[in-house]
Ligand binder design. Sequence first.
Ligand code: NAP
Length: 689
Amino acid sequence: MSVSVAAPKLASYVQGRRNVASGGFVGVPSAIDGHVVALVSSDGLDSGAMLRYGRRVGGANLRKLTFQRRAMLLRELGGYLQTRKAELYEVSFDTGATRRDHFFDVDGGIGTLFSFASKGRRELPDERFAVDGALEKLSKKATFAGRHVMLPRHGVAVQINAYNFPVWGMLEKFAPAFLAGMPVVVKPATATSYVTAAAFEMMIDSGLLPEGAIQLLIGRTGDLLDHLEGQDVVSFTGSLETSLLLRNHRAISEKAVRFIAERDSLNAAILGPDAAPGTPEFDLFIKEVVGEITSKAGQKCTAIRRALVPRAFYDAAAAALRERLAGVVVGDPRLDTVTMGALVSIEQRQAVRANAAQLATEGRIIFGSLDEVALVGADAAKGAFFSPLLLACDRPRTATKVHSLEAFGPVSTLMPYDGLDDAIELTRRGEGSLVASMYTHEAHIAAELVEGIGPFHGRIVLIDRDCAAESTGHGSPLPPLIHGGPGRAGGSEEMGGMRGVFHYMQRVALEGSPNRLTSLTHVWTRGASELETKQHPFRRTFDELQLGETIRTEARTITVEDIERFAEFTGDTFYAHMDEDAAKANPFFPGRVAHGYLVLSFAAGLFVDPAPGPVLANYGLENLRFTRPVVPGDSIAVRLTVKSKAPRTPDYGEVRWDVEISNQNGEAVAAYDLLTMNAVTNPTAAKRP
Ligand code: NAP
C-alpha cells in the first residue's frame, strides 16, 4: 500500500494533550478506492503513564462530581455532538458505510449518550455513590444492619473497540463508565480509527469533560496491558481470537482485572410456523433478513447469520429473499441510489470470502457471488466491495460450520426446520448469541421458543404486525435493552442499562448500626435516631428538612360508620368491608375490616399540615404493604420520617418519607414510602410583601 504524504497523522490524546507518534506509521486505506485516509502509529507513546494519569487525574476529577452532574454533562455532550454530526458523516464514507449506516453509528452513538444521561438523571442520586438494594437485617434487635453501596472503581476503563462502529462503539462504552465516575482510555480499531479520532476530538472541543476523563490510544496497544492494576477494567469488542489473547494476558489474570468481551455471534432469525407466505410476519421476516445482510454491509455484530424457516415455507422464503436482494444497489456509499457500501478493507473482504466459501461447502449459494459484484460509481479493483450473499443449507442438522463460523460481511444462510423443537435445537447450536429474532403472531409459539432458546441469548426480539413499525432500529430511536450475550458472544449480559454503569463500580457491603448506615448512605433507616423539630415538617423547606426528622401523630379510632361512609362514598363495597359473615370466612380477616385506602386516607388526615407551604404536591407512594387488618374499634396513629432527599430543579426537590401506620397495640398495620415535591424556599413566605 502506498503511503501518501498528504494523509494526516492521527494523534493520540495522552495526559491531556494531543500526541503524535514518533514514527512507524502505517496507512489506513479507504474502503472505497484504497487511497490512504490516515497514518497511524503508537510508537513512543508511554502507555503506563497514560494509565497512571487516568487514575490520578481523571479518576479524582470524576469522583468529585455526583451522578446527576455527570448525567447532565453526558446530555450536554450529546447535544454538542449532535450539532457536528454532519462532519462525522463525511469522514465515515471512507469506511464503506452509506448515509443510512452513519445513522446507526453516529446518531446511534449520540443516542446512547442521551439514553445514559436520562437513565442517570432518573435512577441515580445526586451523590457520589449509589445505594443498591434494601436494608438487610443482621441482628435480632435491629441494632446492627447491612446495606450495599456502589462506589466508582479507582482505576481506568480501557476500552478496546471493534472497527465496525467507530463512533457508537466508543460512545456506548464511554457513557456508562463516565456516569459511573471512571476515566476511560479508548483504543479504536485501526481500520476506522480516523472516524473515532474525529468524534473524539469533538468531545475534547466541547470543553465539557473534566481533565483526564478520557484519553485516546491510536495504533497498537504496545505494553499497555502490562501496566494494568486491580482497579482497572478492560472492555473488549472484537473477534474471539483477540479476546482469548487478552483474557489470558498475564496482568489481567494475575491482578484479577475485571475483563469483559463482546465478540462473534451467530445470531438467528426464526420464522414461526404460523407465519406463512402472505402473512405480515412473513413479509417482516424477509425485509429484516435482507436489511441485516445489507446494513453496514453485514458488518454488524447483531446481523442475522442464520435464517430459520419451517420446511413448508423454505422455497417461498428463498424466492422472496432472492427477489428482494435483487433490488440491492452496491457501490460508492456517497451516492444516494446506493443501498449497500463496501467492507472496511481488502483484508476484511478476503476474510469474508474465505469464510463464506467454507459455509458454501455445507450448502449452496442461492444469491450473489463469491467473486463478482455489480457496482455503481465505484471501481471493483480498488474498493473492498463484496456481493450480498445468501446461502441455503438443506441439512442444517448435520452441518457444523453454518452454526460456528461467522462471515463478518453481507452473508446469511437460509435453513429449514422441522417443528419447533428442531428450530430450538438448531438455534442453540450457535452456542450463545447476542440476539435472536422471531416472527410469529402466536403466543404459544413465542412462549415455546423463548423458553427453548432464551438462556442462550442476551436479547430476544419478538416481531409481529403489532410492534414492527416501532421496534429498535426501525421506528424506535432508543437503544435495545442490552447489548451482550452469553457463551460464544462473550458472556457480557452485564452490560445492559444500569448494570452497564455498575460494571465500572464496586459493590461494597456496609455493616453497622442504623445510625451509622444512615449517616453514610444519606438514607434514613428504621432504628436510626428520630429528630423532633418544633415546626411540623410540612412547614419546612426542602433545604431545611433533615434526614430522620419525624412527627408522630395523635390516634384516630375507626368505626363501622366510617367504613360504611367510605364504602358508599367511593363505591368500594367489597364484601370484606361490608359483610361480617363473608369476611369471617376469608382466611385473612377476623370479620369486617377497614379498606386499605381508608387507612391511607385517614393517615394523611392525621399527618397533613393543611396550610399552603413548601410541600407542593403528593408525588406517589412506593413499597406499600398492608401488614395487619384494621377492624372497627381499632385506633391508628402515624409515624412520618424524612427518609431521603433528591434535588430535582433549583426550585424544588423530591422528599421521600418513611411512613408507618400502627394500631393501639403498637403493631404496624401499613408501611410505605411517601414521595412529595418540596419547594427549596417557602413559596408562601416569598409571596409575602
Ligand atoms: P479484532 O481484530 O479482534 O480487533 C478488535 C480490537 O482489538 C481492535 O481495536 C484491535 O486493534 C484490537 N487488537 C487486536 N489485536 C490486539 C492485541 N494483540 N492486543 C490488544 N488489542 C488488540 O476485531 P475486529 O476485526 O476489529 O472486529 C470484528 C469482530 O468483532 C467480528 O468478529 C465481530 O463479530 C466482532 N464484534 C462483536 C461485537 C459484539 O458486541 N459482540 C460488536 C462488534 C464487533 P487493531 O485494529 O489496531 O488491530
